[in-house]
Design a protein around this ligand. Structure first.
Ligand SMILES: C[S@@+](CC[C@H](N)C(=O)[O-])C[C@H]1O[C@@H](n2cnc3c(N)ncnc32)[C@H](O)[C@@H]1O
Length: 289
């Protein structure tokens, strides 16, 4: 019986083998067919449209877009509180009509290498690193220049934003402000590193990793800081005003999920009304360092 079974198996193997091969070939041919690609295209699209991660990111983008006021109003509020003729610097301008042109300041300067907006009508067509290096060497403006507010909104990658903050601290007045856009990304997809990859649940919305640099400075005891919960997170750093004490936690890694769970405390997230109260109280009552 055993011998008969082996003879039968050896005799049929080539046929079952060929049959399997035929099935595999058919599958490959089918996969290359136009109809297969069309069906796959639409079924993948449908999966995305109904995917909870995509739906969550889309609704969080919509919520963020609705928030008021925007960065422009925050910047103009801060400049107005200084009660003097002010000097403003914007790093990363893109289309000036979106923000720069609406800023109310006696003097204004703009820096942008022109990556995203071809016309790039700025004062300094260069990266922020080049701008600050030229300033340090007294090649442009004056090495003694001070700004009342520096708006950092250039390359949204932590290492670059960190350098921009460090340079800005050198050139901002003691009672001036550093303002940063995009400090509060609503999902991990908004805080992806690659600006050019837009097939994500966040679509084209991009806050990059600015939050990591802002968070790093939240641990520094030479400044105070907070983040206004509007327009993707408007971070404010001050050398003088008590707008938010430094963090004393240990966090060397800045993982997005940890940030997400603790964002209110980590960013010192507050409403614009809350922020206005703090600023008016401290500036007008002279209750600061
Ligand atoms: C988000 S847009 C600025 C938007 C503008 N501040 C606003 O409020 O509407 C970022 C800009 O930063 C510029 N940029 C990119 N890398 C930069 C760098 N290393 N230094 C300065 N600007 C940079 C881009 O060309 C782009 O125009």
């Amino acid at each position: 019986m055993f011998i008969e079974y082996n003879i039968l198996r050896d005799a049929t193997t080539p046929y079952t083998g060929r049959c399997e091969q035929f099935k595999l070939n058919m599958k490959e041919i089918l996969k290359k067919s136009y109809l297969y690609k069309v069906v796959k295209y639409y079924s993948s699209g449908k999966k995305l449209l109904t995917n909870s991660t995509y739906i969550d990111a889309k609704s969080k983008s919509e919520i963020e877009i609705q928030k008021k006021p925007n960065r422009t109003e925050v910047i103009n509020f801060l400049l107005s509180q200084l009660n003097r003729e002010t000097n403003y610097l914007e790093i990363g301008v893109r289309n000036p009509e979106d923000n720069y042109s609406k800023i109310k300041s006696k003097t204004k300067y703009s820096v942008d290498p022109g990556i995203e907006f071809e016309a790039n009508p700025v004062d300094f067509k260069m990266t922020s690193d080049e701008f600050f290096s030229n300033l340090d060497q007294n090649k442009i403006l004056s090495v003694d220049i001070k700004f009342d507010l520096i708006f950092i909104d250039g390359l949204h990658l932590a290492e670059q934003v960190d350098k921009d903050i460090l340079n800005a601290l050198k050139y901002v007045n003691e009672d001036g402000f550093i303002v940063l856009h995009d400090c509060n990304p609503p999902t991990e997809w908004h805080s992806r590193e690659d600006y050019y990859f837009k097939s994500t649940p966040a679509g084209g919305h991009w806050n990059g990793t600015t939050w990591k640099a802002f968070l790093k400075w939240r641990f520094d005891d030479s400044v105070e800081s907070c983040c206004i919960d509007t327009d993707w997170g408007v971070g404010v750093i001050s050398k003088k005003y008590p707008i938010g004490k430094r963090l004393h936690l240990q966090n060397l890694f800045f993982e997005y999920k940890t940030f997400d769970k603790n964002r209110t405390e980590l960013l010192n997230l507050m409403t614009f009304d809350n922020f206005k109260e703090i600023i008016s109280e401290t500036i007008h009552n002279n209750s600061y360092k």
